[in-house]
Design a protein around this ligand. Sequence first.
Ligand SMILES: Nc1ncnc2c1ncn2[C@@H]1O[C@H](COP(=O)(O)OP(=O)(O)OP(=O)(O)O)[C@@H](O)[C@H]1O
Length: 611
Amino acid sequence: MTVPLLDPAAAPAGEPGSVPRRDKTLRRLLRDPVAVTCLALLALIALASVCAPLLTSHDPYRSNLSDALAPISADHPLGGDGVGRDILARLLYGARTSMLGTVLAAAIALAIGVPAGLLAGYYRGWFDGIAGWVSNLVMSIPAIILLLVVLGSVGQSTYLAMGVFGVLMAPGVFRLVRGSVNAVREELYVDAARVSGLPDARIVRRHVLPVIQAPVIILAAQMLGVGILIQSGLEFLGLGSASQPSWGSMLNDAFGNIYTEPLLLVWPGLAIAITVTASALLGNSLTDVLVNGGKRRTRRGDTPAAGDAPAEDDGVPASVPLGPLTGEELLVVEDLRVSYPKNTGTGSSTVVDGVSLTVRRGEVLGLVGESGSGKSQTAFSVLGLLPSTARITAGALVFDGTDLGTAGAGARGGVRGRRIAYVPQEPMSNLDPSFRIGSQLVEPMRRHLGLRAGEAREKALALLDRVGIADPARVYAAYPHQISGGMAQRVLIAAAISCDPDLLIADEPTTALDVTVQAEVLDLMRSLQKERDMGMILVTHDFGVVADICDRVSVMQNGRIVESAPADELFADPRHPYTRMLLESTLEDSEPRRPPGDDATTSPIEQGADA
Ligand SMILES: Nc1ncnc2c1ncn2[C@@H]1O[C@H](COP(=O)(O)OP(=O)(O)OP(=O)(O)O)[C@@H](O)[C@H]1O
């Protein structure tokens, strides 16, 4: 059996499926007017602080009592403070202290949190235990008390205060990184990289760092804003360095003159507000670009609605459109879109984005793609099994002449369950444990086909026999827990074909089964499909299965079909880079299937039945 191990970092840069390139991210960021404004403001403040000696001739430290509370004038463009120092000069030089202090805190938090999170998340073990314990301890210490203790015992220094604050922020970074690394290290492609002998440093560089870089950048932008606020707060309380100009100390000075010259509060207050707001908004824009591929907030504050042109800036082109119809199609799906409201309450996320496909009678269509690409959602749309929160639209959703989108409940019910049948992924959880197999098989036949109890029982026994169960009567009388997974899947296949459907939709029907049973179940499905000339949609992530039984294949990525072709053509000449990546990442040297009969996990009743 071949096992596809999908590695998003394996695709060439810039091709679909690859990690977004840095220049692409920057381009997206620069297309967001809020991000551009925030970046420009922050850059301007940083530049002004660096060029302070060029922008003012005043010394920010020198006080001239004759200029105390001086009004705005050509010599003092923003006036003088309570002891006659030029406010503009203090604002410009103060930006250095404020920004440097904040950058220092963020740098310390990142320098501690990122490597510790990487090590703890990747290697776990004793380091994870100790680092987790230390991080919990640090987080439980009230920050302001620790700062007061340190500054009280070592002396008042803005940079020392911000250094300590950086240490206090490090556990937040540690937890974020550890959580992200923990999630990615469970991915199949990381296992594959380990198995193939890649050194840890390379695995971390190729597979782990790309995953953590977005949340870390976003967190860093947010830390800048928080750092400015904390630093200003400390200086306002008189805990920073008295000798350095800073926005917080300016607020402190201004507070002393609040009744005589309230305008003094405005300048440092404005500087702090602009910097903090710009950092926070930049963090939001970075979240949109890095986490949501720039799609999170359109002008309507929503992801593209059904009918909008699919976004192409995530590197995935629009879904392959429907080819010319021949009139022989059993199922026609055109421009299918499925979206769900976001948990945040605003906007929605699109999980199927303009999918078009057809299935003819007697044809097996494989729907392949990595996990989360929208295969099951597409299949469930046809089956009418989507949850009520799903918003589904389609240009066409037509089964053998019946428009499933507009047909009444009665007409749809006559099609779904009877003419379109379903074989699920998890056989055991699709059988009710409190009813015997027989009664679960008989009920749909009695309802859909109007059979009498005796007829339905006979047909059920014949079906159990047809799907390869050696002792149908015994299985008919058994409860689900008395049969094995392979046998349960045979029962569900028998149930699916019991009403003689025209279309069978199978969602990863062999994933939960032992490899030996997988091959047998696939053979069974293929022979039933041929024998009854059924159309079939086979949802799978396994190209081995596709090669085994599919006539045509549609490859899905990010909710869209990126390539559709006859199976042999697709294997011989995959056109789309994502298809090539999927095929190339298919491991050929995984364990071979064991011969039938070598199944050690077969249940007692199955052994009895098969004997
Ligand atoms: N009820 C739901 N609400 C919100 N999002 C959902 C819901 N059900 C599925 N999704 C999302 O839809 C996307 C596509 O899911 P789908 O199950 O179709 O993927 P798939 O390709 O079949 O993957 P797998 O092979 O893992 O089953 C996923 O990102 C999933 O998180």
